[in-house]
Design a protein around this ligand. Structure first.
Ligand code: FES
Length: 308
């Protein structure tokens, strides 16, 4: 069989296992229904309170959010259990007794790696909006089921019950695949934990834009203005220096102009991310991306701003 024939065979095999467009629509509709399913709400608040009550400092939480990495840590950590468990499934397809140790080792590695992946996921989850939290809860349930099935698979393998171990492993793979699909929906459809200020340089017209008279700006207080079409937070510091940041918080698009101004920083009113007014640096999370900053100048008593 030539290379192109193999490719075509793979493509038709993939088409056979993927749902047709009608079933795809039903799957998507079911996930979207989850976003609006208020029956999931009673446990949400309790779990959120429990996550907030974990004995973690603000610095610990920043590490878990991925502040040091510049993007969320959770999606990076989940690669380890996903990779080891998928590799175990491939090895399980190969006949021969000596290989049974390798899948067991991979499953055990995945179980250990699932712990930090789950912790980072819960810490991120507790700072989401409700529709995202609902999907996140089902995502976590699917992954918890996978962890249970893989732990049972490992136990069966250790007791020498390899057929049962393989069957449980494949059931675990199915559960973690559902969890992964929901995680994809959370990130790519619901924009959870992505940088919500990423498009500011594209959407903001270049050049200087008038923001009004400097004397109209209250000292030390946040006000909302626009630079072209882009909403911005404007703070007049003492000495007439004026700081301008994009108003939509990079974490989840919260209105920074309604935030608190403390020590040269603004604290987002939604989840408490802190951004330095002088350069937009995200001093603390849950935001993992800095805030776009504008440079300012004074012309005849008027303040003008442009994207730095
Ligand atoms: S929107 Fe979440 S910290 Fe600003």
């Amino acid at each position: 069989m030539s290379y192109s024939q193999k490719l075509l065979a793979c493509a038709s095999a993939l088409r056979a296992v993927l749902p047709d467009s009608e079933r795809q629509g039903r799957v998507l509709a079911a996930i979207e229904k989850t976003e609006h399913d208020t029956r999931l709400d009673p446990p949400l608040q309790g779990i959120q309170r429990a996550v907030h009550a974990l004995p973690l400092s603000e610095e610990d939480r920043d590490v878990l959010h991925g502040h040091w990495l510049g993007h969320p840590l959770h999606p990076a950590l989940v690669q380890i259990p996903l990779g080891t468990w998928f590799s175990a499934a491939v090895l399980d397809l190969i006949p021969g007794k000596r290989r049974h140790y390798a899948p067991a080792m991979l499953i055990a590695t995945g179980l250990v790696a699932a712990v930090p992946a789950a912790v980072t996921g819960w810490v991120d989850w507790a700072e989401l909006r409700k529709p995202q939290m609902r999907v996140g809860l089902v995502h976590a349930l699917a992954n918890s089921t996978a962890i249970f099935l893989y732990a049972s698979s490992l136990g069966a393998r250790v007791r020498g019950r390899s057929v049962r171990g393989r069957a449980l492993g494949y059931a675990g793979l199915a559960a973690v695949s559902i969890g992964g699909a929901l995680g994809g929906h959370l990130a790519y459809r619901q924009a959870a934990a992505v940088n919500h200020a990423e498009d500011i340089p594209v959407r903001t017209e270049p050049g200087w834009h008038a923001l009004g008279a400097v004397t109209d700006l209250p000292v030390g207080k946040a006000v909302r203005r626009t630079v072209g079409e882009t909403p911005v937070l404007v703070v007049r510091a003492s000495g007439n220096a004026v700081h301008v940041l994009a108003d939509r918080c990079s974490h989840m698009a919260g209105p920074l102009s309604q935030g608190e101004i403390v020590d040269g920083c603004v604290r987002c009113p939604w989840h408490g991310s802190v951004f330095r007014l002088s350069d937009g640096w995200n001093v603390s999370g849950p935001a993992t991306s800095p805030q776009p900053v504008f440079e300012t100048r004074h012309v005849d008593g008027q303040v003008e701003a442009r994207l730095a």
